[in-house]
Write a protein that binds this ligand. Structure first.
Ligand SMILES: Nc1ncnc2c1ncn2[C@@H]1O[C@H](COP(=O)(O)OP(=O)(O)O)[C@@H](O)[C@H]1O
Ligand SMILES: [Mg+2]
Length: 592
């Protein structure tokens, strides 16, 4: 039992009663199965000899004569009654098992899914940068489903097949202990070659898959490249390469047929030899009167029925390995680094009239991406952060939302260190508009509020300020209109104005626009510029991040960043006159 296993057990613990009931059902069903095997001999004897319709004679060696006589006369020893009883018990218990155990596994998987999802929602933004979205999504859906499937198989094998095996071995032991010992040695022995064959077939299957892929690739290349093949006379060459791939596939197929063809006769010979050995041995016991013949039949039935559960138990190791791998990958997601969390005594942060960075550095691994940055943003002021890509502009936006934490220095709202406040209160004061507006497959209303309680009035106002009402009003359903995931039914400008409206609907004091205008054409830009200027009006703290200087011409103050440092600060006019970095960048962009 390793760490993964014990976490797995923790997941199942809430459903332990159900699992216990399932184990009970499995035991009953296995007892019913053992009953079938036990009754097979007496049933055959009754049909062939027609002397007694009860189990008495079979038990004559095991029970005192009085008990045998009682069984023979009463209904409890009657074969038809016992068969029906075994059948009813097995059917009812199997039904219970089939509902209870997979149900418990499904519940545990649903819990895991919820846990992982909740964790992903809280994960460190850095985690998402290092894990591609597609990878996370396929892990989230694929690994948990794989874990659920493997857990179901392991649970069924462990509970059902193990109880069946135990019940059948017990039946064998009741009939004859020495025979049972022989069977327990011989039956699993036959599983070894079966598994060897299975592994061989799997390997060949993989090779076959590869060879087929190679044939398809060759054909595809020659077909798509037919102009070059023909123009350069490459037909013979391509033909040879295709023939080689095709020959390899044929070789794999030949081996596959041989292995498959040999398997059935091999098993048959194994079976016949086993049967002959059993007849030689058990037959002698019957002839000498040591064993009643029906006991041998019952024994053979039990031994044959033992084959399937033993085979399943033989695969348990592999199933367990699959389960551990899948669930381990799901747990890895569960262990995604937690984003910043609230201090135990966190307070509600005020809506700031001043945001201050004091000697802030941000470090990723060995590298400082911000170095000793001190800045003040005041209410009623719009500040542009400019600088080349990688200068650290978005990192400053991240600091204001606590997506990143300073490695030195502090960020404060009206003098209160952000780390002392709750994340919820902090983020309620910040409207954040990234470069690409995320659109959820939901209503416009839900896209604007993101689940926060925002009145329709505030939403309409925000939409109008952001010039988003122009398209929202056209949408069937207005605020209740449905948007497609990714905003497929919106233009780039419409998406961007939705993003601004979303930020405004919060009625947040601080507004951060991170490259929100970068990807737009001139026409959209006009509507957006208007939305901007309105958004930045009043006593908001506006922060505009852009590498397009034309769009920051009208701001109150410009901060130029270079390699994580503030290198210039002033009004646009001051900086243009000063002829420093801003002025140089301006000239470069004007010329372009
Ligand atoms: N999670 C991260 N891990 C490591 N490096 C990062 C991470 N996020 C950003 N960086 C690096 O920090 C530097 C500044 O990034 P950023 O603030 O996004 O720059 P800008 O927005 O000015 O283009 C870049 O060199 C970037 O590669
Ligand atoms: Mg950026």
């Amino acid at each position: 039992m390793n760490a993964t296993d014990s976490r797995l057990v923790d997941l199942v613990r809430p459903y332990r009663l159900r699992v216990a009931a399932a184990i009970g059902c499995a035991a009953l069903a296995a007892a019913g199965m053992g009953g079938y095997a036990f009754l097979a001999g007496p049933a055959l004897r009754a049909l062939v000899q027609g002397d007694s319709l009860d189990v008495g004679p079979m038990l004559s060696k095991l029970l005192p004569a009085g008990a045998v006589a009682a069984l023979s006369s009463g209904i409890l020893g009657s074969l038809p009654f016992l068969l029906v009883a075994a059948g009813l018990v097995k059917a009812a218990a199997s039904a219970g098992f089939n509902v209870l155990l997979p149900g418990a596994v499904a519940e545990a998987a649903a819990d895991l899914r919820k846990l992982v999802f909740a964790r992903l929602l809280r994960a460190d933004p850095g985690f998402f940068q290092t894990h591609p979205t597609g990878d996370l999504v396929s892990r989230f859906t694929g690994d948990i489903a794989a874990a659920e499937g493997a857990a179901g198989e392991v649970a069924v094998t462990l509970v059902r097949d193990l109880s069946q095996a135990v019940a059948l071995v017990v039946v064998c032991a009741i009939i004859d202990v020495r025979l049972m010992v022989a069977a327990v040695v011989v039956v699993p022995g036959t599983l070894v070659p079966v598994r060897r064959f299975g592994e061989r077939l799997r390997r060949i299957g993989k090779e076959q898959h590869e060879a087929q892929g190679e044939v398809a690739r060759r054909a595809e290349q020659a077909i798509t490249g037919h102009r070059i093949v023909q123009a350069y006379g490459g037909e013979a060459h391509e033909g040879r390469r295709f023939a080689a791939a095709s020959e390899r596939l044929l070789g794999v197929m030949r081996r596959s047929l041989l292995v498959r063809g040999a398997f059935t006769p091999f098993m048959e010979i194994l079976g016949v030899v086993g049967l002959a050995a059993a007849i030689a041995w058990a037959g002698r016991a019957v002839v000498s009167g040591e064993l009643p013949p029906e006991a041998v039949v019952s024994f053979a039935a039990a031994a044959l029925m033992l084959y399937q559960p033993l085979k399943a138990l033989g695969n348990l190791g592999q199933q367990l390995a699959q389960l551990r791998a899948a669930v381990g990958r799901a747990f890895e997601l569960l262990d995604a680094p937690d984003a910043v969390h609230d201090a135990p005594d966190a307070i509600e942060l005020p809506s700031p009239s001043e945001v201050r960075l004091e000697g802030v550095s941000v470090r990723y691994g060995e590298r400082d991406v911000l170095r000793d940055v001190s800045l003040v943003f005041r209410a009623g002021e719009t500040v542009a952060l400019v600088g080349e890509s990688g200068a650290g502009k978005s990192t400053i936006a991240g600091l204001l939302l606590r997506f990143v934490e300073p490695s030195a220095g502090r960020v404060s709202f009206d003098g209160v260190d952000l780390r002392r406040g709750t994340l919820r209160s902090l983020r309620s004061h910040v409207g954040y508009v990234p470069q690409d507006t995320i659109v959820f497959a939901d209503t416009v209303r839900a896209n604007l509020s993101c689940g926060a309680p925002v009145s329709d009035e505030a939403m309409r106002l925000a939409a109008t300020e952001a010039n988003a009402h122009l398209w929202i009003d056209r949408l069937p359903g207005g605020l209740d209109g449905e948007l497609a995931q990714g905003g497929g039914n919106l233009s780039g400008g419409e998406r961007q104005r939705l993003g601004i409206a979303r930020a405004l609907a919060r009625q947040a004091r601080v507004l951060v626009l991170d490259e929100a205008t970068s990807a737009l054409d001139a026409e959209n830009d006009a509507l957006l510029q208007e939305a901007f200027s309105r958004a930045m009006a009043g006593d908001r703290i506006g922060i505009v991040i852009s590498h397009r200087l034309a769009s920051v011409r009208g701001v109150d103050r410009v901060v130029v960043l270079e390699q994580g440092r503030v290198v210039e600060e002033g009004t646009p006019d001051e900086l243009l006159r000063a002829g420093g970095r801003f002025a140089r960048l301006w000239e470069l962009q004007a010329a372009a």
